[in-house]
Write a protein that binds this ligand. Structure first.
Ligand SMILES: [Zn+2]
Length: 117
C-alpha cells in the first residue's frame, strides 16, 4: 500500500521551501495565532477530491497526438471506474498512476509515491 503516499506527494507540491513550518504544528499542536507567518499543515493540505483533480489534470506526452491520446485514455479509465462504482480514493489514485506508467511503458517516469527508501 502507499501509506500516506498520495497525500504526501500532493502536500509536497504546495510546500513553500522558503518558509519554516510552524513549531506548534510540528510538535503536534494547533496554531491559532492568525498573525503567525510560518507554514501550517492546513495551508498545504488538499482534499481527496482536489488530489484526484490534480492527478487527472496532468497532461502527459511530448506531442499533441500523445497528449490527446493520454487524455482520451484517462477519460475512458475514469468513466470505466465510475461505471464500476469505484470511488474509493486509494483505488482511483492507484489506477491513475498505473495508467500513467503503462501509457509510457516506462516505470522511470512514474511519480514516486512512497516516502523514503
Ligand atoms: Zn503558527
Amino acid at each position: 500500500m502507499v501509506e500516506g503516499g498520495w497525500r504526501s506527494l500532493t502536500f509536497s507540491n504546495r510546500i513553500d521551501p522558503d518558509k519554516f513550518f510552524c513549531v506548534y504544528e510540528i510538535s503536534g499542536g494547533k496554531c491559532n495565532d492568525t498573525s503567525c507567518e510560518r507554514q501550517h499543515f492546513r495551508q498545504i493540505a488538499l482534499s481527496d477530491d482536489e488530489i484526484l483533480v490534480e492527478l487527472g489534470s496532468v497532461m502527459e506526452g511530448d506531442t499533441d497526438d500523445a497528449r490527446n491520446s493520454y487524455r482520451d485514455g484517462l477519460r475512458e479509465l475514469i468513466t470505466d471506474m465510475r461505471s464500476r462504482k469505484i470511488n474509493d480514493f486509494e483505488t482511483v489514485a492507484a489506477e491513475i498512476s498505473l495508467y500513467r506508467s503503462s501509457f509510457f511503458n516506462d516505470t522511470s517516469r512514474v511519480v514516486r509515491l512512497t516516502k523514503g527508501p
